[in-house]
Design a protein around this ligand. Structure first.
Ligand SMILES: [Zn+2]
Ligand SMILES: [Zn+2]
Length: 287
């Protein structure tokens, strides 16, 4: 019988006897600051060695060290994780890392550049599949050679802005709280919330209409919607949600950069909520 092609990324963890190359780079350049998280630490050699050297570091690995980290971190390292995951799992890791990062923090993603082939491979000893692929991120690259690439990530609203940039989302306020990011999208709490937890999800690319996004961007926004909903549930415990996108001035769009509103709703927040989104035409809300 053929074995089902299910990824077992923990089988790619390496029993190390020395600090990994990307972590050594970060150490040498004094980039490991404050409270540190080693996300996807595997067996945890780097974590334990840095702790021994006096760093304030926590290791997390969904398989080997499954206690999910609490609070925010000043530095997050994520070594050789994304390149052993399939696309949805990569997005999940990116959203977790960006969500765990302090607003002024820096994350470092390293990915392999020495892969001979991509896709599923049957593990010789465990007879289960692992997966690997080349990953390229739209972030500044600190190291890129034939063995690995190391990217530096800061929250979308902390990046340098283009001169004269007027779009309020392309030059997102430094003060807004970013919830999470992927390579293409970012979610943040609305600066003028209509209810506690009101969130906007936007593509990073400047596009006015939702209907002009690529399928990939629309998909990424939907994956993010699902993630952000969980975060809002944990923090605000709403009783319901409205999800909405305004397209064109006639429909009430005022910022011409696509944004999806996720509006948490609470029992009693309006006298009669019946009809919900139908309320965009107030006379027709009740039917
Ligand atoms: Zn824009
Ligand atoms: Zn709007």
């Amino acid at each position: 019988m053929e074995i089902e092609k299910v990824n077992h990324p923990y089988l790619t963890a390496i029993k190390r006897t020395d600090i990994s190359v990307p972590t050594r780079y970060l150490l040498k350049h004094d980039l490991l600051k404050g409270r540190i998280l080693d996300y996807g630490c595997g067996f945890g050699f780097d974590t334990d060695e840095l702790k021994r050297q006096g760093y304030d570091i926590t290791g997390y690995d969904y398989y080997y060290r499954p206690d999910y980290p609490e609070g925010k971190f000043d530095t997050i390292i994520c070594n050789y994780v994304l390149n052993v995951l399939e696309p949805y799992a990569q997005a999940e890791v990116m959203m977790n890392v960006t969500n765990l990062l302090h607003p002024k923090g820096t994350a470092f993603f390293s990915v392999r550049r020495d892969l001979q082939e991509e896709g599923f491979r049957l593990h010789a000893i465990y007879k289960q599949y692992t997966y690997q692929c080349n990953v390229r991120l739209p972030f500044p690259s600190l190291v890129c050679n034939s063995s690995y690439e190391l990217y530096q990530y800061n929250h979308f609203n902390k990046l340098p802005r283009k001169d004269g940039e007027k779009c309020p989302f392309c030059r997102l306020s430094r003060r807004v709280e970013v919830i999470c990011e992927t390579a293409t999208c970012v979610a943040f709490y609305d600066g003028y919330p209509v209810s506690p937890g009101h969130t906007l999800i936007i593509p990073k690319r400047h596009v006015a209409s939702y209907f002009d996004l690529t399928n990939h961007e629309r998909e990424a926004m939907n994956v993010m919607l699902q993630y952000v909903k969980q975060k809002i549930d944990e923090r605000f415990h709403p009783d319901g949600y409205n999800i909405g996108i305004n397209v064109n001035e006639a429909a009430g769009q005022s910022v011409f950069h696509v944004h999806m509103h996720l509006i948490p709703r609470y029992k009693g927040d309006v006298r009669n909520p019946k009809g919900g989104i139908r309320g965009v035409i107030p006379d027709k809300q009740k039917y």
